[in-house]
Design a protein around this ligand. Structure first.
Ligand code: PEP
Length: 248
């Protein structure tokens, strides 16, 4: 079975609405590739204008965060129905910056995965180990534990629509990329875990990305690995280089 490649940019807290539209226009021709799902995960304030700017292109819109309730007294939050109506298809859940800076734990992340599916949003579920866990050699157990918690109560049919991003924290924004073999080892382990938790068909279908300082120079090697179906890209998603990653 061949899985469709998915290259997603995580713009993080970058680009005002006007800058976001300018970036969409700059990247428009560079990211053309009918064989790849291209996603821009943009700041909430940019969603409406980016959805408009990419209309009629191969680019899908993603968000970086939401809350699990539809509406109400949750100051500062944004809901899944709001994102859907604005044109969002994908939602990043469990990014290490949300876990570490904003204190999101696996219970909330699991609730977000459930809410995303219930709302018709496709989760990009992030997992990954710190440098100390990598050095201690316990990173495989850590990642397996994250996935088991985060997917508790999620059905096989839902997992088939899921994207999992393996993002070693020590490689995010540091310029230090996991080697293609290191990335493949963990992405392969995640696929095996999904086979154990669900079945072989579900493991075959789930798309697994690598994220962590992926750039125009290292993308082709990382993406050549059998269990790496795409990338979640931070810094390089804000530059013309992103087009080179899409077409790597
Ligand atoms: C990320 O934040 O998801 C990421 C992978 O960032 P960068 O590409 O900048 O390391």
């Amino acid at each position: 079975m061949s899985r469709r490649r998915i290259i997603a940019g995580n713009w993080k807290m970058n680009k005002t609405p006007a800058e976001a539209v300018a970036l969409c226009n700059e990247l428009k021709d560079l990211v053309k590739n009918d064989a790849v799902d291209v996603v821009y995960c943009v700041p909430s304030i940019d969603i409406v204008c980016v959805a408009d700017a990419v209309k009629g292109t191969n680019v899908h819109v993603g968000a970086q965060n939401f809350y699990i309730e539809d509406k109400g007294a949750f100051t500062g939050e944004i809901s899944a129905p709001m994102l859907k109506e604005a044109g969002v298809e994908y939602i990043i859940i469990g990014h290490s910056e949300r876990r570490d800076i904003f204190g999101e734990n696996d219970i909330l992340i699991n609730a977000k995965v459930k809410k995303a599916f219930a709302s018709g949003l496709k989760p990009i579920l992030c997992c990954g180990e710190s440098l100390s866990l990598r050095k201690a050699g316990t990173y495989k157990e850590w990642i397996a534990r994250q996935i088991k918690w985060d997917l508790d109560g999620i059905t096989a049919d839902q997992v088939k629509e899921l994207v999992i991003a393996y993002e070693p924290i020590w490689a995010i924004g540091t310029g230090e990329t996991a080697t293609a073999d290191q990335a493949q080892e963990v992405c392969g382990l995640i696929r095996q875990l999904i086979a154990d938790m669900y079945d072989a068909a579900t493991a075959e279908a789930v798309r697994i990305q690598y994220g962590g300082s992926m750039n125009a120079g290292n993308a082709a090697e990382l993406l050549s690995k059998p269990d790496i179906d795409g990338g979640l890209i931070g810094g390089a998603s804000l530059k013309p280089d992103f087009g080179k990653i899409v077409n790597a």
